[in-house]
Design a protein around this ligand. Sequence first.
Ligand SMILES: Nc1ncnc2c1ncn2[C@@H]1O[C@H](COP(=O)(O)OP(=O)(O)O)[C@@H](O)[C@H]1O
Ligand SMILES: [Mg+2]
Length: 227
Amino acid sequence: MAERLRVHRNQLRILSARCLHAREEEAKRIAHLLHDEAGQITAAGHLALEEIGRQLPASGRDRLKQLKTLLGEVEERLRQLSHELRPTVLDDLGLDPAIEFLAAGFSARARVPIAIKGSTGGRLDPLIETAMYRIVHEALTNAIRHARARRVRIQIRRGRGRLCCSIRDDGVGFDCDRLLSGPGRKGGLGLLGIRERLDALGGRLQIRSSPGHGTELQVAVPLRRRQ
Ligand SMILES: Nc1ncnc2c1ncn2[C@@H]1O[C@H](COP(=O)(O)OP(=O)(O)O)[C@@H](O)[C@H]1O
Ligand SMILES: [Mg+2]
């Protein structure tokens, strides 16, 4: 019985890892589409507007300028979206620069200082890099959205065949036992998603939080070298 349970659990883990992989591939595909195709269309839009501008009397050029600004904003938003879906810096440079980039964006938008301590010590298995990136993204989203934090600290450490990461905020905190396992369980998909990603990699999540005392997520993943 225990053996069958173990086998089933293993199968579930494999299935979950495959689903996550498929999701990432899909995100990559949409990110490229958004970046390349939508980018080409907006670039063509800019050219067309230039052309119209040359034929317009001076009085009509102000409206055209507004249109150009709007098109520029759409372009920038599409670029951001494609980047959030699949940050190329993660593929090209790895987790440390990607987390720095992510934290800088959150920090600027929310006006909350985010300190990063430690490092991953080099490139890792892409599955681990992607999972960690998504986890830190969710933790920062929660710290800004729910915690109303005044500051956030990310700590990354590699040791004893594991990658450990802690994301701590000084915000309102929450009763995680009640939220995650109580009878009226009403946790959102974010923390659940973090657990799923970690399960697929044989990793662990610990949440320390209590109302009024901030929140810390501690994540540990067994390491495999980049293949
Ligand atoms: N850093 C945090 N500070 C305060 N509350 C949090 C924090 N992270 C999560 N929570 C609480 O846990 C709940 C579940 O979070 P999550 O699973 O990420 O779902 P969602 O963000 O979609 O609500 C949140 O709605 C919030 O009440
Ligand atoms: Mg969330």
